[in-house]
Design a protein around this ligand. Structure first.
Ligand code: CA
Length: 410
């Protein structure tokens, strides 16, 4: 496939991608867009040209503040919107060629949170991450807890504080417990990121029923990059026995463009062998992992970008189908717009660790940046940047960038 729109070879937004997001321009109200190269495609303007007429989509869908209503149309519609757009962008006789106003420079728009997230769940599905954390906090010999290889461990997170790339966060405050002293209240001292990816639910399931691993892909609309900000000192003191709470709930950041599962299909790969064998409801067939190259960078306030981790979504031990099957096996329903995150995505070697907790070995080792400054955790005024893309046979499909700045505590 080749488009008459020019874009660079390393663009995340090639004709093979066609993601969906919410944008506004010059203070206008937000609406739905797609992307190609350096341009946002204004889908309301495309619809006005009659390009989607055969799909019978209500005109007001394009003016929604979130993608939820669009996603709720179902894949039978949204998938066609994507292929219709691809055909127009490949067709030299497309009506879009005569309407340059449909394409708006990305630099001229503001991107918004793409989805109104009803419920957010975070898993813990990278065996490398779970092993690293287990070694740091528990038993180096028995790093994984007994349940880990039998079920995708997860917890219910906080949806209200999910924010889009470009929205700054303030260093959280809370209660921590210094070694050999009473608990104290104050700004978090060990602020961390977690390199994750999230998937957006595209179809409601009903209360009391469950989604099988075979059905799961029908329920997944697309994926985003996800930074599960973590206050390690708050987390360490509060998490026993019920798990993460205020050490996590102050903010989680997502990338602005939702890349559809259809766009990621060409990059499917086999998952790791699961030993011991999992229970029947967690068994699956086919290629359930996806090769998505991921990187994390730290950029000091007026300094250069520093790549501090290079990982890959394909390393996940538990795949999305298993996560969704497990999430619903008790009859819990999922709804359009729910967000299920992978858990920190670490690889085997230390250059692929997905958190400062692992990179600094819980604060024992320092990372030296290009400007000579050192990091064990994230400092005030640092930017944390995540990027991700898949590439194969001349096709590149990426997520753009998830970039957030850490401001001092309020
Ligand atoms: Ca996490």
């Amino acid at each position: 496939m080749k488009s008459w729109v020019n874009y660079s070879e390393d663009s995340d937004f090639s004709i093979y991608n066609i993601p969906f997001g919410i944008f506004s321009q010059d203070g206008s109200s937000p609406r739905i867009g797609s992307a190609i190269g350096d341009s946002v495609i204004d889908l309301r303007a495309v619809a006005k040209l009659g390009v989607f007429d055969s799909l019978n989509i209500s005109a007001k869908i394009w003016d929604e503040d979130y993608l939820n209503a669009f996603i709720a149309l179902g894949k039978s519609v949204t998938s066609k919107v994507r292929t219709v757009l691809q055909n127009e962008l490949a067709n030299d006789a497309s009506i879009l060629k005569d309407h340059p106003e449909v394409f708006i420079a990305m630099s001229a728009v503001k991107m918004h949170l793409p989805v109104q997230v009803g419920d957010y769940t975070d898993f813990y599905s990278s065996i490398e991450h779970a092993t690293n954390v287990g070694k740091l906090f528990r038993d180096p010999e028995n790093a994984l807890l007994p349940n880990w290889k039998h079920l995708p461990v997860g917890y219910h997170g906080r949806a209200s504080s999910i924010i889009v790339s470009g929205v700054d966060i303030h260093r959280p405050k809370g209660q921590t417990k210094p070694a050999d002293a009473d608990p104290v209240y104050g700004p978090c001292r060990l602020l961390d990121f977690e390199l994750e990816m999230g998937f957006i639910i595209g179809k409601d399931s009903s209360l009391g029923s469950s989604v099988s691993t075979e059905e799961a892909n029908d329920y997944i609309f697309g994926k985003v990059l996800f930074n599960d900000w973590s206050a390690r000192d708050i987390q360490k003191w509060e998490y026993v026995p019920l798990g993460p709470f205020l050490g996590k709930s102050f903010a989680s950041s997502v990338s602005a463009w939702v890349v559809t599962l259809e766009a990621l299909e060409p990059f499917r790969v086999d998952g790791p062998t699961q030993e011991p064998e999992v229970l029947p409801y967690l068994q699956y067939s086919g290629k359930a992992n996806i090769d998505i190259k991921l990187e994390v960078l730290i950029q000091p306030e007026s300094g250069e970008e520093n790549v501090i981790s290079e990982s890959n979504f394909k390393y996940m031990y538990w795949n999305m189908q298993q996560q969704l099957a497990h999430h619903t096996v008790n009859g819990c329903n999922v709804r359009v717009g729910d967000l299920l995150a992978s858990g920190t995505i670490s690889g085997k070697d230390e250059k692929s660790y997905g958190s400062m907790l692992e990179i600094s070995q819980a604060g024992k080792k320092s990372l030296t940046l290009k400007d000579g400054s050192e990091r064990k955790f994230i400092k005030d005024n640092d930017y944390v940047i995540m990027r991700g893309y898949s590439e194969k046979d001349g096709m590149r499909v990426g997520f753009g960038e998830l970039k957030s700045k850490v401001l001092p505590a309020l």
